[in-house]
Design a protein around this ligand. Structure first.
Ligand SMILES: CC(C)(COP(=O)(O)OP(=O)(O)OC[C@H]1O[C@@H](n2cnc3c(N)ncnc32)[C@H](O)[C@@H]1OP(=O)(O)O)[C@@H](O)C(=O)NCCC(=O)NCCS
Length: 317
């Protein structure tokens, strides 16, 4: 039994802020942000928008693409750390927004920027073990709400968005998710952490980050998990058609390209347009390229996020 990706969707807030539209008080510049990160703009939620509105829109798009009606969805997993509420889960809010009334399980996964890969792995396990025949897997975040807008070293990096895929169970196929491995190392919790939380400050806190340590760790784990993926699947780098890495800094992605000697044309980059949308970067990027992927392509997804958490997946389209 395999989980085949049959639908893609994405959603961005209405408001786009270009680098040179950031407040002058931040003492930053388009030149610094573009050169040091590759980011040119970010989207931020406004009136009437939230993580669940973006997630529901991305999910609806993905279901329409897959031509699956909402009530045929048998599992909803949302990777997010910026849900509308402490509870209920954003997945339940999405279930309500899509009028899914079939009682399917719906829950969130907290793995920060790795949330989508974590959610994908869990949904894939449900499908492989025949606990669901279809699944909505969503990565959605609104980091604009947990940024310290006076800290130029972090606030320029993030934006809001959501992406979704639909997985469908298929037997006797060589398509679908071939491999997915997720990892964590909690000894790095201090490197990328909010300044508060429900059980400490009764608030969400704001993002604090040791940028250089995070950068170094991301490069190392992108490379290690990619090498492990190739080894475990008896593949060489040339067997991979497309690579969709988490979009945190274009220099992290360029290091990956250099170290593993990857053809840059195979690497999908959306950070210039979307910035770092946390759990949404990978499904949003997949949504951008959905019409050009083509059948039987080997796609590698790579993630890295607070925890630290990271993961790698191999998907055959
Ligand atoms: C945050 C990050 C962009 C900083 O880039 P960097 O090249 O490491 O820059 P540094 O932190 O060494 O800072 C260099 C200088 O730029 C300044 N700087 C930081 N942010 C700036 C900004 N937005 N605009 C202008 N200057 C800035 C610093 O204050 C520092 O100035 P100083 O030399 O006078 O002290 C980079 O470390 C990074 O991308 N890290 C990983 C982040 C990440 O992936 N996070 C999410 C993981 S899911």
């Amino acid at each position: 039994m395999r989980s085949v990706v049959v639908g893609f969707g994405g959603a961005l807030p209405r408001k786009c802020i270009k680098n040179d539209e950031l407040p002058a008080s931040l003492n930053t510049s388009d030149e610094w942000i573009s050169q040091r990160t590759g980011i040119k703009q970010r989207y931020v939620i406004g009136e009437g928008e939230s993580t669940s509105t973006l997630a529901a829109k991305a999910a609806k798009d993905a279901l329409d693409f897959a031509k699956i009606s909402p009530n045929d969805v048998e599992l909803i997993v949302v990777g997010t750390t910026t849900g509308d509420y402490t509870f209920p889960a954003t997945a339940c809010v999405v279930q309500k927004k899509l009028n899914i009334t079939n009682g399917c399980p719906a829950f969130d996964v907290s793995a920060a920027c790795s949330g989508f890969i974590y959610a994908l792995d869990i949904a894939d396990s449900f499908i492989r073990t025949k606990r669901a025949r279809s699944a909505l897997v969503i990565g959605a975040d609104s980091f604009s709400k947990i940024l310290d807008w006076n800290d130029r070293s972090s606030c320029v990096l993030f934006g809001d968005g959501a992406g979704a895929v639909v997985l469908k169970a298929e037997e006797d196929t060589d398509r679908g998710i071939q491999y997915c491995k997720i990892y964590a190392d909690g000894s790095y919790t201090d490197c990328l952490v909010t300044s508060g939380g429900v059980a400490t400050t009764q608030g969400a806190g704001v993002v604090t980050m040791k940028g250089r340590e995070t950068f170094k760790f991301a490069v190392e784990k992108f490379c290690d998990s990619f090498r492990e993926l190739l080894k475990n699947n008896n593949l060489a780098i040339d067997d991979i058609d497309l690579i969709v890495p988490h979009q945190a800094n274009v220099r992290i992605i360029n290091k990956l390209i250099d170290v593993l000697k990857i053809d840059p044309k195979k690497v999908v980059i959306t950070i210039d347009k979307h910035s770092n949308t946390s759990a949404a970067t990978i499904p949003l990027a997949l949504n951008e390229i959905k019409d050009t992927i083509g059948a039987n392509k080997n796609i590698v997804l790579l993630s890295m996020g607070a925890g630290f958490t990271w993961g790698a997946a191999l998907v055959k389209m």
